[in-house]
Write a new protein. Structure first.
Length: 337
């Protein structure tokens, strides 16, 4: 257990004694403040939930009936002896950094975040603080994301080539966040866009909230692939190569992830292509985010924690590793990141 003046890092999660609440706890607690709806941050079994208005619909879709309350970005809520506010994290729709202030001391728990504006999720906003909790999923210099427009062109070119060869293009992506970001990047003039049930269910929730997405067709069990020539099918990674996918006949598959920046990972994946795109900050994004907070004390959670912490200490910050059960971006889960 690591103790600070505002937050305590416990075996249940990040705890605020002054407010008697936890941030993204991984065990059941009476009150949980949630940064976003991915399964490693928004878990079942909490007595009460507080999240942004934009994050709650997906949380309810995934967790079922929960005792939950929404909060607007920037709204200050007094909880016990703590002032709390939520600020855009840029990770997925509704994602937030949580600012906690107690007696003038400020902590920011960033959850998962990316600093580039993808044009779909609410853009990341730096928040000044004394202490900053950061992920380090891609905390190595090798991770350096290319402009989104360039990646979009690569994906659409690949899809058009598949269509010209009479193949269905399968693109693997997480059902919340990554899939919708990719949808916003696709050129619907190439062909129809089909979606796996897990992706389409999330699309329905987000469309009802007002997020703009291109038209899609649910690739359910009764779909006739021959009726959708030249299609791109967006699905969770776990569905690539499945019996469901094989019924589409000749096809190519691709995986969209920051991990595709590593050649060894690309070789190990059972796919024809890999596109480097992530909803987490790259190396420079992490450093810029930390610098913009003005924080002196940095707490590094999931990812390349040891390497990134050593770099931060060498660069003049007071950094330490904090063990958590957050997963970051994984290669096989359809839900975690």
């Amino acid at each position: 257990m690591t103790q600070t003046g505002v937050l305590t890092f416990t075996d249940k999660g990040i705890y605020c004694p002054a407010g008697d609440f936890y941030i993204d706890p991984w065990r059941p607690v009476p009150r949980a403040l949630i940064t976003h709806g991915h399964a490693d941050h928004a878990r079942s079994g909490m007595g009460r939930y507080l999240a942004t208005h934009a994050a709650l619909p997906v949380m309810r879709h995934r967790l079922g009936e929960i005792n939950a309350e929404g909060i607007a970005y920037g709204e200050v809520r007094r909880i016990g002896g703590a002032n709390v506010s939520f600020h855009p994290a840029g990770h997925v729709p509704g994602s937030a950094q949580i600012r906690v202030e107690v007696a003038g001391e400020v902590f920011v728990a960033s959850g998962d975040y990316k600093t580039t504006d993808d044009g779909f999720s609410e853009a990341f906003e730096p928040v000044k603080c004394h202490h900053f909790i950061t992920e380090s999923t891609f905390g190595l210099p090798v991770f350096n994301w290319q402009p989104q427009a360039r990646v979009a062109d690569e994906i659409n070119t690949w899809w058009a080539d598949c269509a010209a060869q009479g193949k269905t293009a399968f693109l693997g992506a997480y059902a919340l966040g990554k899939a919708q970001r990719l949808l916003s990047m696709l050129d619907p003039e190439i062909g129809p866009i089909l979606t796996h049930t897990a992706v389409e269910n999330t699309n329905v929730v987000l469309r009802k909230q007002g997020y703009k997405l291109p038209a899609t067709v649910l690739a359910g069990p009764d779909i006739a692939p021959k009726d959708h020539p030249g299609a791109l099918v967006l699905s969770p990674p776990s569905a690539l190569g499945s019996q469901w996918a094989r019924k589409f006949g000749p096809s190519e598959s691709a995986f969209a992830s920051g991990w595709m920046a590593l050649r060894g990972v690309r070789r190990r994946r059972a796919g024809d292509r890999g596109f480097v795109i992530s909803d987490h900050a790259d190396w420079q994004g992490l450093i810029c985010a930390i610098r913009d907070t003005g924080a002196e004390n940095i707490y590094v959670t999931h990812g390349y924690t040891d390497v990134f912490t050593r770099f931060l200490n060498d660069a003049g910050w007071n950094a330490q590793v904090v063990p958590t059960q957050f997963e970051g971006e994984t290669l096989d889960s359809g839900d975690a990141a």
